[in-house]
Design a protein. Structure first.
Length: 285
């Protein structure tokens, strides 16, 4: 069994060529993006190992405290490498021939892309390197990280989101996290922040709730309050209970009778309160 494990470790997924000895170069999920120094570096995907272990086109395993999730998607292979103590995921795409196609770091939850993303051709040569950090060099991730940590935000929490946009040459960081507080309906309150990508200045601060629904038990309470005028006891008069709707109907009939007896117009009284017509002749009890 040990021999099998050693053989598997030696051949697992990634190797280098161009005269170099084959090494077990596991891609580390770190905050620092590994940048190839030469365009001749080629990383290969071990298709045979994938085919041995895959189920329904995917393979999930853990090695050296890193979790590997590998799957085949149409005309390429995808691999994600993550660690429980790191909010970044290293993503690599491979051609069907096993050569690397693209790799880069992304904040968990498919949020912002960090550092340099490297594109390769089918022969394994680097054809493009895109620096996603460039617009944010004045207020980089390291400062955002410190900003969040000073507010006791758990970077590994699934509700913690970090993304950024650079529209019209105006870089902005968008942050959100779970406040651990709840609204009156039991929904989680999420804090939303916008920071200037150059100065770190707070641009906007709002909150929203996760779920944004009213549970049935709360709906029932609201319905009861809303329907109090038609279902609850609004007033008691001469030993009889009236809902608000019943009371207004009773009051109107009494006024009409009074008006006819005294030859008074039955037009509605102009004086109103916030609950409807002001009582014309019956005193509130």
């Amino acid at each position: 069994m040990n021999k099998i494990l050693l053989l598997f470790s030696a051949s697992l997924l990634i190797s280098s060529c161009q005269g170099q000895e084959r090494k077990n170069r596991l891609l580390e999920t770190t905050a620092k993006q590994p940048i190839p120094k030469k365009d001749t570096i080629m990383e290969r995907f071990n298709i045979d190992e994938f085919n041995k272990h895959q189920k329904n086109g995917s393979w999930l395993f853990t090695k050296n405290n890193q979790e590997y999730f590998v799957r085949k998607v149409k005309d390429e292979y995808w691999m994600e490498i993550s660690r429980k103590d790191n909010p970044f995921i290293l993503k690599c795409n491979y051609y069907l021939n096993g050569n690397i196609k693209i790799r880069g770091l992304i904040f968990h939850g498919n949020a912002f892309t960090k550092g340099i993303v490297v594109d390769y051709d089918e022969r394994g040569n680097i054809i493009k390197q895109t620096d996603y950090d460039a617009p944010y060099k004045d207020f980089p991730w390291e400062k955002v990280k410190l900003w969040l940590e000073n507010r006791k935000v758990n970077l590994l929490d699934p509700f913690t989101r970090v993304w950024r946009e650079n529209e019209n040459n105006h870089p902005i960081w968008y942050l959100s996290w779970d406040t651990k507080e709840f609204d009156k309906y039991g929904n989680q309150i999420i804090q939303d922040i916008e920071l200037d990508g150059r100065t770190g200045k707070l641009l906007k601060e709002t909150t929203h709730t996760f779920g944004e629904y009213i549970p049935e038990e709360y709906k029932n309470d609201l319905d009861k309050k809303e329907d109090k005028k038609t279902s609850g006891v609004y007033k008691t008069y001469e030993g009889k209970d009236y809902t608000r709707e019943e009371w207004e109907e009773f009051e109107q009939k009494q006024f009409e009778a009074y008006a006819r007896k005294h030859n008074i117009s039955i037009a509605k009284n102009d004086k109103k309160d916030t609950k409807g017509f002001t009582s014309r002749f019956l005193l509130d009890e």
